[in-house]
Design a protein around this ligand. Structure first.
Ligand code: FAD
Length: 449
């Protein structure tokens, strides 16, 4: 039976999803004086016993830092993170090569435990008198005509009637489904044919790290890929990306012998560092990866989407959370610009964001190939060095694409366009230099034109 509306306070804003984007937005809105109700499907994650959740960590970069700064939490988060100043590439023969992320000391990423970040955001939201947290509230229906939301809870169904609602309920968003129901809406989703499994590379007994701590580590292989993020306690979270199907895949690598054989063939340097490998392989689930593009992101002056709910991307550019936090900043700015016209604010937010998150989806796909294959190619390495050298020479006018995506807040689409312009310029310059060299050579050997 549906209970009468409990929180029928139509002056409060509802946020569906208490993940990273939802909890950050709750804080941002509360700091502006709005009353916020945050509804989360799961039980309170902070009540889980320590060690119940695995450590999954994320790379925080400029856009995400801007979001955390907006709610006054940047310093607290940085204090809990490990700086990654570049990436260490591990070749199949066990040799390593270091690639700095940028020329400046500030051009670094920060590795942060996802659970810890979420707990911190929820703690701060809860401490704010304007925020109420509702766990074990799963959105099941949104009635757009009556502006109500219906949640399943352990005590039965609950219906609320907020002033407006933000859907931050992740890649499989129920709010998106409800918002778009009966509308002229586009929705496109793509699964990657590769899945992922997370493993922990423990620290030594004295707490020191068995591989360089302050870097992202990559073991690129054309057939599989390992990436590792460091943790404050000296351990690393390793993520193995492997196809779901095929000769060497999650489908065929199942028994202890098959797992050991895969590691012996592709990651022999990791094998001695992972004594608990087989146990972890067995216990840790295999995750799948999805890209989504959708429109519209809003419904009139009543509902708006953000984060993975409207643009889930593959994790290969490390921008999912960062772009979700950037959504919060853009949405808050749009609300500040149009305080009396929510429909206009939501529309402006979508116009400002959607073209760029669509670009991010493509960049994230392309970076999958870069991480797996290109980082080892001499041409790619030379090109990266040239990019950094040009950036050193002209720090304002020449910016590598990675720098613009990870270390700036330039909209993604503008960053890509600018990188294309730079690429064209470089090609023209190189063609000019080649032509001059040919002409010089021809002159030297006495060929007449
Ligand atoms: P989520 O974090 O998914 O939160 C959604 C919340 O909504 C959840 O708490 C969920 O329980 C709740 N919910 C769902 N349905 C309902 C419902 N019906 N009712 C109520 N609540 C509901 N990003 C980076 O920036 N850097 C990285 O290095 C990075 N690495 C990644 C590595 C991997 C392997 C993966 C898979 C992702 C990675 N990401 C990274 C992406 C990042 O995790 C996501 O983009 C980010 O979590 C999105 O935040 P969100 O709040 O939109 O969604």
């Amino acid at each position: 039976a549906i209970k009468p509306a409990q929180d029928a306070d139509s002056t409060r804003i509802a946020i569906v999803g208490g993940g990273l984007a939802g909890s950050l937005l709750a804080l941002a809105l509360a700091r502006q004086g709005h009353g916020v109700d945050l509804y989360e499907r799961r039980p309170d994650p902070r009540r889980q016993s320590a060690g119940a959740g695995r450590s999954i960590n994320l790379g925080l970069s400029k856009r995400g830092m801007q979001g955390l700064r907006m709610v006054g939490l940047l310093d607290d988060v940085l204090a809990r993170s490990v700086v990654m100043s570049g990436r260490v590439i591990h070749a199949p023969d066990g040799s390593t090569r270091y690639q700095a992320y940028g020329k400046d000391a500030g051009e670094v990423l920060h590795s942060i435990d996802r659970n810890e970040l979420n707990h911190l955001l929820l703690d701060r939201a809860q401490q704010h008198p304007q925020v109420r947290l509702h766990f074990e509230h799963r959105l099941v229906r949104a009635d757009k005509a009556n502006r109500t939301l219906e949640f399943d809870t352990p005590d039965g169904s609950v219906t609320v009637q907020p002033l407006w609602v933000a859907g931050a309920d992740g890649a499989f968003s129920a709010m998106r489904r409800e918002l778009q129901h009966g509308e002229r809406a586009d929705y496109h989703q793509e699964y990657l044919e590769w899945g992922y499994k997370e493993l922990t590379l423990a620290a030594r007994p004295d707490g020191s790290s068995v591989i360089e701590l302050t870097a992202l580590h990559v073991w690129p292989r054309s057939h599989c890929l390992f990436v590792s993020h460091p943790n404050l306690d000296g351990s690393h979270t390793l993520t193995l990306f492997l196809p779901f199907e095929g000769e060497e895949s999650f489908a065929t690598v199942r028994t202890p012998e098959q797992v050991s054989a895969l590691f012996a063939k592709y990651f022999p340097d990791l094998l001695p560092l992972l004594p608990g490998l087989l146990d972890q392989w067995e216990r840790h689930p295999t995750g799948s990866l999805i890209t989504t593009r959708t429109a519209p992101w809003r419904f009139g002056d009543w509902a708006v989407l953000l984060g993975d709910a409207c643009h889930a991307v593959y994790p290969f550019y490390g921008q999912g959370m960062n772009s979700a936090f950037e959504d919060c900043c853009v949405l808050m700015a749009a609300l500040a610009d149009q305080p009396k016209d929510l429909a206009a604010a939501f529309s402006r937010y979508e116009q400002q964001r959607r073209p760029h998150t669509d670009v991010l989806a493509e960049l994230s796909k392309a970076n999958f190939v870069e991480l797996r294959q290109k980082v080892q190619s001499p041409w790619f390495i030379a090109r990266k060095r040239l990019d950094l050298a040009l950036n050193r020479l002209w720090p304002r006018s020449w910016l590598p694409l990675y720098t613009m995506i990870a270390h700036s807040t330039m909209p993604y689409g503008e960053a890509l366009e600018r990188s294309h312009r730079q690429e064209r310029l470089l090609r023209t310059a190189l063609a000019g230099i080649a032509a001059l060299c040919c002409a010089g050579l021809a002159y030297a050997i006495g060929v007449k034109p």
